[in-house]
Design a binder for this molecule. Structure first.
Ligand code: TYD
Length: 214
């Protein structure tokens, strides 16, 4: 049976999470979608995790020296960062009827910390206890080798400690196991515009009834 789209649960706002490994083009897709929605008069809040707050900064320091904390401590940092993000940014924006686009959310914790040996289902439960469930999760998919190629090409950087090939293959394996009627998998291969068309096709049904269509 084809799963039906559940009704938006974050009314009067709408919460859309972008997920996928690095190099899938999440941030470009969010930028384009935010511009399209704003052009239609929709009030958008574009945000991201890790945040720029206290915990987010500590997490970024980990990119360079990941082995200085245990995997449980690392998980605790991502969850603390998210608690702050939910309380200070996401909930107020939803209450103010904004469309919230977040570059990563708790599915990243399930996938990345799950790939690091923790139980991804426990991680989901822990997060779902305090974080609103997105109305839509756009899971962008590209092969790991392509993600790494794009990171090297676009950023002129070598991949960081969260970006080893074997590790990312395990991250993808967890992303592949995520299930839920709010999760839509999107092929991230092709031009930015081609992918944006797929993103819009997934977002449009949720926006119907919110005023001018996109
Ligand atoms: P990333 O999206 O690359 O952030 P930025 O581009 O702003 O530096 O996220 C940083 C890394 O953190 C990324 O490789 C995935 C990882 N991560 C987790 O391991 N768990 C999480 O819960 C989140 C949100 C990110």
């Amino acid at each position: 049976m084809k799963p039906s789209t559940p009704p938006p649960s974050n009314a009067p706002g709408l919460l859309i999470a972008f997920e996928g490994i690095d190099g899938t083009g999440k941030s470009s897709q969010i930028r384009l979608l935010a511009a399209t929605l704003r052009g239609q008069g929709v009030a958008v809040v574009a945000t991201r995790e890790p945040t720029d707050g206290e915990y987010g900064r500590r997490i970024r320091a980990l990119y360079v020296q990941r082995d200085t904390v245990s995997r449980e401590e690392e998980l605790a940092l991502f969850v603390a960062d998210r608690r702050q993000h939910v309380a200070q940014v996401i909930m107020p924006a939803l209450a103010a009827a904004r469309v919230v686009l977040t570059d990563r959310y708790y599915y990243s914790t399930a996938a990345y910390q799950g790939a690091n040996g923790l139980d991804f289902e426990d991680i989901l439960r822990q997060n779902e206890a305090f974080a609103p469930r997105p109305d839509l999760v756009l899971l962008l998919r590209i092969p790991v080798a392509e993600g790494l190629r794009r990171i090297r090409m676009n950023r002129g950087e070598s991949p960081d400690t969260f970006e080893g090939e074997d590790y990312l293959a395990r991250v993808v394996a967890v992303y592949d196991r995520l299930a839920g009627a709010n999760i839509v998998r999107i092929d991230g291969l092709g031009s930015v515009d081609e992918v944006q068309a797929r993103v819009l096709a997934a977002v449009r049904p949720l926006l119907a009834g919110r005023g001018p269509g996109v």
